[in-house]
Design a protein around this ligand. Structure first.
Ligand code: NDP
Length: 448
């Protein structure tokens, strides 16, 4: 073991010791530290001043009680989280997730990833993440509203336009952002539009924000394919999930000439050999809050499956857009055997470590989430710019900025990988490029 390997192993041991029982956080840290070995070999000063240890320790972690009353007058108690991980580049920025699986470790993994993702966008935003173990599924609008109001009654004191600007994530879309913003506005007695992003278009929201993560993931994929002289036009694409990210990835992929051959939710998956009727899917998901099984009942040429997995399909491209660790080593091998040559993560850390190893061994071009799904947060930062200047931009202008940002992220990851003799390894390229910008800012700002 080289001296650098030993140093990195001891950083990691310390992370394990200080953050017991948080496997997703360990996984996210391990992947970044692995990429940083080659940085430390070239530039050992990045280990000075406790930089790596400080980077792995959130600046602040807030955990709070969220009591609310359901429609049957029962008192329910959930747990709320906000992890303010790193503000060296700008105010903390990152989504809120409402899902029963949420715990501190999951919020920390997401917040840690967010630091590097936000750095890669080139925009002045730090990293944070939050959420609750609240399950929005099956709740009435009134229950969702009461929960959001209670959640914000604690969160408001920790956020602000220059401090921390949350957005949506799993289980938090336009409806939830509306209820959260309403309660914030009431508590602070100001229309401070820059405090949340993903707002409605008539009260400070940005065009393209809703579409941005899915569209951005497809723009990234297309850039990645073009380096090999290919493009998404004509490709067969698997998209997992059917939420905000998946829906708009499907829409943009098909608009650019691809055929989306399958999508899913946590109950099952749908095979669509002739492509997806995106208008129908959006109507079912956004207006009717339905399931993918409802799509099959109304669409022609689609079949619903609850056995096997969406990763059994034959395709050229796979875009995992549902949740963390949804694609394991066996799934990855099946994708490779079935012809997939490109994978870009619309979700955060959907591929396990074993899956990424299979992709690497089989020369699959792989876009990690912190690069491929950065379009959402980048457009959130564009929403902040519009709020700060009391302006609102056209769809075309905002979409053009998103495309340029995604192209820059891809080029930055590709160029950085080349500089470190790892051409084509976009994981290493994204980790190193994201890290160096934050690290330089932290070194310049002293030990804080
Ligand atoms: P949504 O809540 O809109 O959709 C989530 C989708 O994933 C649903 O289809 C859901 O199915 C499925 N899903 C969630 N949890 C599980 C699970 N444990 N097992 C199987 N399927 C599951 O969330 P988003 O589309 O906003 O987010 C999807 C991913 O993208 C997340 O990893 C998120 O962190 C990431 N992301 C989102 C951004 C955004 O702008 N929204 C930005 C960057 C990353 P079901 O309805 O059955 O639960």
């Amino acid at each position: 073991m080289s001296a650098i390997d030993q140093e990195v192993a001891s950083f990691y041991d310390r992370v394990l010791e200080r953050n017991a029982g948080e496997p997703e956080f360990h996984q996210a840290v391990a992947e970044v530290l692995d990429s940083l070995k080659i940085v430390l070999e070239k530039d050992p000063h990045y280990a000075d001043y406790g930089l790596i240890e400080r980077l792995c320790e959130p600046e602040r972690q807030i955990i709070f009680r969220v009591p609310w009353i359901d429609d049957d007058n029962n008192v329910r108690v959930n747990r709320g989280f906000r992890v303010q991980f790193n503000s060296a580049l700008g105010p903390y920025k990152g989504g809120l997730r409402f899902h029963p699986s949420v715990n501190l470790g999951i919020i920390k993994f997401l917040g840690f990833e967010q630091i590097f993702k936000n750095s890669l966008t080139g925009l002045p935003i730090g990293g944070g993440k939050g959420g609750s173990d609240f399950d929005p599924k099956g709740k009435s609008d009134a229950e969702i509203m009461r929960f959001c109001q209670s959640f914000m009654t604690e969160l408001w004191r920790h956020i602000g336009e220059y401090r921390d600007v949350p957005a949506g994530d799993i289980g938090v879309g336009g409806r939830e952002i509306g209820f959260l913003f309403g309660q914030y506005r009431r508590l602070v007695d100001q229309h401070e539009s820059g405090v949340l992003t993903g707002k409605g278009l008539t009260w400070g929201g940005s065009l393209v924000r809703k579409e941005a993560t899915g569209y951005g993931a497809v723009y990234f994929t297309d850039e990645m394919m073009r380096t090999n002289g290919e493009s998404i036009d004509g490709a067969r694409v698997i998209v997992s999930g059917s939420g905000n990210v998946a829906t708009y990835a499907i829409k943009k992929a098909q608009a650019l000439g691809a055929t989306v051959v399958g999508f899913s939710d946590s109950s099952g998956w749908v095979e669509t050999p002739n492509g997806v009727d995106t208008e129908l899917l959006i109507d079912i998901k956004e207006n009717r809050r339905g399931r993918v099984s409802d799509y099959v009942a109304e669409a022609t040429g689609a079949t619903y499956h609850t056995d096997g997995s969406i990763w059994d399909l034959e395709a050229d491209v796979a875009l995992p857009c549902a949740t963390q660790n949804e694609l394991n080593g066996e799934h990855a091998q099946r994708l490779v055997d079935n012809g997939v040559k490109y994978v870009a993560e619309g979700a955060n850390m959907p591929s396990t470590h074993e899956a990424t190893e299979v992709f690497r061994a089989n020369k699959v071009s792989f876009g990690p989430g912190k690069a491929a799904n950065a379009g959402g947060v980048a457009t959130s930062a564009l929403e902040m710019q519009q709020n700060a200047s009391r302006d609102s931009w056209s769809f075309e202008y905002t979409d053009d900025r998103l495309q340029r940002i995604m192209s820059n992220i891809f080029k930055t990851a590709a160029r950085t990988a080349e500089q470190y003799d790892r051409a084509g390894d976009y994981v290493v390229g994204a980790n190193i490029a994201g890290f160096k910008k934050v690290a330089d800012a932290m070194l310049a700002q002293g030990v804080i």
